[in-house]
Design a protein around this ligand. Structure first.
Ligand code: 5GP
Ligand code: MG
Length: 477
């Protein structure tokens, strides 16, 4: 997963300014939760070559005053990376560009990446990274160069070619010195992408609305699924609906876990949705309490994502809400390739509040269970701190299939809900009960819109040709 941003300063033609870089940098700070492996910014001006700075690490570590002032121009692209495919090396970081003509950043995953890569190479194309945005760049530029018509026509054709040949999830922002900024979203709209303005006529594309607000822009509208949006250097916007699918399929995990609680996706507040997910768990818990299977003195979240679900569940049950862990805000990145390291990471991330745990009957709420590392480590900590009885509520249905669209869900065999039922998980954790949200309650919380729920029921919106190779190339996390 990744966070992306694109900024255009339409009210200036100066080559010597870094306003767009500052906006992109701040927007990336607000998107840091979408990826912590690497960050990069590239700037452009019609009269000068691209400038770029990118490195592995957090946004605030990658950039300082000096690097920001060295990136000048009237357009900027920014990227913060969570490596799920390719390698976590500098060569695979974004933005990427081809010569001085096109730059791009991308969020998502291309399912048929390896097939497309082989096709490009067998036609004499040369790819230098294992990052899937390079395939998009290549297809885009190749189509553009082959088109004889106007630039607008060529850009529409290039987007159409990508929509017709690339299967998967891709929200893309790009820049071309003469054309300006452009952005498109795959025909199923799997990953988010929004457009904002500052009312002076400058524009910013970003993965989430929270990033727009953070840089003082307001939401203009979402980039629609299958749509191309272009913004010229003097601020002329054009919307082109290049492809229309009967139903779109935004990823439900954006609301469940990935997006910031302060964002709004498809008009649906992430925070409000998480409250609704929590409320959806109430009837099942109430029935367990009535039957004396669980005893609940306090409802407590695993911070931070599960907090709204726990608050709403506590309200529904009329049982007090408590914080029993604080998140360590100053945790830095460290390399965690193995399972033991993952357990250690969970311990380092949160710190127990002993007074709220000892002797208490706790209903622990988490947003989701993937491998089960978090819940197992947290339950163990609660027992060490002297909790009396423990039960678990999960504000997402069981995850039983891997994700081909960018969420870091591993090979299905390592998913806890593939190995065990809810009752077996309760036995394994040695807790009174484990309750998962029902799919119907998830659908209700999301306003019954069509969603991608491939990880829940294995029904994926796009063809999956090439998925085996894709799975083999995952980054081990
Ligand atoms: P588990 O520990 O079961 O493998 O993963 C579930 C926990 O990790 C939950 O607490 C959830 O908040 C968090 N989580 C879920 N999906 C992701 C993801 O894609 N990346 C990261 N870093 N954490 C995740
Ligand atoms: Mg969590």
């Amino acid at each position: 997963m990744c966070g992306i941003v694109g900024v255009i300063h339409t009210t200036s033609t100066s080559q010597k300014e870094c306003w767009v870089t500052e906006v992109a940098f701040n927007a990336l700070l607000a998107l840091q939760h979408r990826g912590q492996d690497a960050a990069g910014i590239m700037t452009s001006h019609p009269e000068q070559p691209f400038s770029m700075h990118k490195e592995l690490g957090f946004v605030s570590d990658v950039f300082d005053r000096e690097t920001i002032s060295s990136l000048q121009g009237t357009m900027a692209l920014g990227h913060t990376r969570y490596a799920t495919t390719g390698q976590n090396t500098l060569a695979d970081t974004q933005p990427l560009h081809i010569s001085q003509s096109v730059g791009m950043v991308h969020n998502g995953n291309l399912v048929n990446y390896h097939l497309l890569r082989r096709e490009i190479e067998s036609n004499g194309g040369h790819l230098t990274t294992s990052n899937d945005v390079e395939v998009l760049l290549h297809l885009w530029t190749h189509t553009l160069e082959a088109e004889r018509g106007s630039l607008t026509k060529a850009v529409i054709k290039a987007t159409q070619t990508i929509f017709e040949t690339v299967d998967g999830a891709y929200s893309v922002v790009g820049m071309m010195p003469k054309l300006g900024l452009f952005a498109f979203r795959d025909p199923f709209g799997i990953r988010p992408l929004v457009l904002g303005t500052d009312d002076k006529g400058n524009y910013c594309f970003a993965s989430e609305t929270s990033a727009l607000h953070y840089v003082g822009f307001r939401l203009l509208r979402e980039v629609k699924a299958g749509e191309l949006v272009t913004i010229s250097p003097i601020g002329e916007i054009a919307y082109h609906q290049v492809q229309i699918e009967k139903v779109t399929a935004p990823c439900m995990f954006e609301w469940v876990y990935f997006s910031g609680a302060d964002s709004t996706l498809e008009g649906l507040s992430v925070y409000q949705t998480r409250l609704a997910l929590g409320r959806g768990l109430a009837p099942a818990i109430r029935s367990l309490i009535r039957n004396n299977i669980v005893s609940v003195g306090v409802v407590a979240p695993i911070p931070d994502t599960a907090r709204p679900a726990a608050i709403a569940l506590s309200e529904e049950l009329s049982i007090p809400y408590r914080e029993i862990f604080l998140k360590n805000q100053y945790q830095r990145s460290f390399i965690l390739p193995h399972q033991q390291d993952r357990e250690r990471a969970v311990q380092l991330k949160v710190s127990p509040i002993f007074s709220e745990i000892e002797g208490k009957d706790i209903l622990l709420v988490d947003d989701s269970i993937v491998r089960g590392t978090t819940i197992q480590t947290i339950v163990r900590t609660l027992k060490e701190c002297g909790a009396n009885r423990i039960s678990v509520a999960v504000a997402c249905p069981p995850i039983q299939h891997s994700c081909h669209y960018g969420i870091d869900l591993p090979d299905a065999s390592t998913l806890l809900s593939v190995q065990k039922t809810a009752d077996q998980i309760a036995q394994w954790l040695e807790v009174d009960a484990v309750v998962f949200l029902e799919v119907e309650d998830l659908r209700r919380a999301l306003g019954h819109r069509n969603i991608c729920r491939g990880c829940l029921d294995g029904q994926y919106p796009t063809p999956l040709c090439g998925k085996t190779e894709f799975t083999q190339h995952r980054v081990a996390k």
